[in-house]
Design a protein around this ligand. Structure first.
Ligand SMILES: [Zn+2]
Length: 422
């Protein structure tokens, strides 16, 4: 092979770098294999499914756990398919009350939300007196719905260039909001620069992201190829320090697993320290080392149920469970997925060799299901179990497959006990 070919190949395949710090010292944690996009539901039970690698890394420099080189955003976010308004979000009013309590955040305050989806949060803010708002949302279906309900929104990906254009038109903002969004963005340094451009001195940021500490603690491998960043409070604080933002308040909330609600202030002099990296590395390594055992135990548990002649359903056609079933290679044990969201019904889960049908939840009765694996957010489980009390009376059993539930399958138990909530 000539030198020129070697050089060409190295140009074509650049060394992956950390989404947060840009460093190249990435530790391989778990290679989950190649999988189709979880939310690209199939209309038919056959057909080609393009796949993308899903590989988890840990940055030795800043401690961010992340996916690199996975499916490109243009494919993931063309249409979003899942809308904010579909989700039960009991913590929204809590976050708005926190905003109201911040210095200078009266009704005239200017607020920008990135990844504003169908405008649900900005609409709720308007009901609380905040009218001076702007959303930024790249997905055309979500953007269309936001505009239709009168929420001021731009259809675009956030970038420093777009931020400069927004600043020229709207001026500086009192509050920058990003809810369940930063985990999707591989250019985190671009977001930090945008916060620097858009937020006024002493202005605030409100960030909500899934808490990866919960995954580490409860051995939750229900990751999602859309989530390229897996934050803990420490890595989130480090990220915001790049934007000159310091932590003023943080709390964990029960949503989509467990999430962090972080409020920071652009003081220009944030505390910056990387002392957390060594301890976080140990937890990440333990998490990756447990994956083969977990995968085998889950497969064996489900296979034993099938051998005993039991029919198994999954409740909730969501991306986290699709990824879990595909990563662990256990989709063939599932007979049916049930979901009460009409838009998802009569489609098929992508990924498995024989795609699994998605049906309304009365299939629990009509298909004679024995075991139902709950894959709804933990805060919604009681509602689902209550709704199908008759199915339980007829002998059906609910288990959960999404931590931090208290109904988790035995394979999640550590030393004979279910993992505790944070
Ligand atoms: Zn890094």
């Amino acid at each position: 092979m000539s030198l020129s070919i070697l050089i060409d190949q190295s140009i074509c395949k650049p060394t992956p770098s950390c989404n947060l710090c840009g460093g190249f010292d990435l530790l391989d944690l778990i290679d989950f294999g190649s999988h189709p996009v979880a939310k690209h539901y199939l209309a038919e039970q056959s057909g080609d499914q393009p796949t993308w690698p899903v590989k988890l890394f840990f940055c030795e420099s800043c401690g961010l756990t992340q996916l690199v080189d996975s499916c490109p955003p243009e494919i993931l976010y063309d249409n979003y398919v899942t809308l904010s308004s579909w989700k039960f979000q009991p913590h929204v009013q809590r976050e708005i009350d926190l905003i109201k309590s911040l210095e200078g955040m009266g009704p005239d305050a200017k607020i920008i939300e990135i990844g504003s989806n169908d405008g649900m949060f900005l609409h709720q803010l308007s009901l609380n007196g905040y009218e001076n708002t702007l959303g930024v949302e790249p997905a055309k279906d979500a953007y269309g719905l936001a505009v239709a309900q009168g929420v001021n929104t731009l259809q675009d990906f956030l970038s420093p260039e777009l931020s400069r254009t927004i600043k020229a038109q709207y001026g500086l903002f009192d509050l920058f909001v990003s809810r369940q969004n930063l985990e999707h963005i591989s250019d985190l340094r671009g977001v930090a620069e945008s916060i620097g451009i858009l937020v006024k001195p002493n202005g605030f940021v409100l960030i909500e992201v899934p808490n990866f500490a919960c995954n580490l603690r409860s051995r939750d491998y229900g990751l999602w190829e859309e989530h390229v960043n897996y934050f803990t409070v420490d890595t989130l604080r480090h990220f915001l320090s790049l934007a000159g933002v310091e932590l003023v308040h943080e709390e964990t909330i029960l949503f989509s697993g467990e999430s962090i609600c972080f409020i920071g202030r652009k003081s220009g002099k944030p505390h910056r320290s990387l002392d957390y990296v060594a301890a976080l590395r140990r937890l990440n390594v333990e998490y990756s080392e447990h994956w083969p055992d977990f995968r085998r135990s889950l497969g064996e548990f489900l296979s034993a149920q099938k051998r005993a002649g039991r029919k198994i359903a999954v409740y909730g056609a969501g991306s986290r469970v699709f990824c879990l079933l595909n990563f662990a290679g256990v989709a063939a044990s599932i007979d049916v997925i049930v979901d009460d969201q009409q838009e998802k019904q009569n489609k098929f889960m992508p990924g498995s060799r024989v795609p699994i049908p998605i049906l309304p939840s009365d299939a629990l009765y009509s298909q004679g299901i024995d075991i139902c694996l709950l894959a709804v957010n933990t805060e919604n489980e009681d509602k689902v179990v209550g709704k199908h009390a008759e199915w339980v009376r007829n002998g059906g059993t609910f288990w959960s497959v999404l931590p931090p539930s208290e109904r988790l399958l035995p394979v999640w138990q550590i030393n004979g006990e279910s993992p505790s909530r944070g």
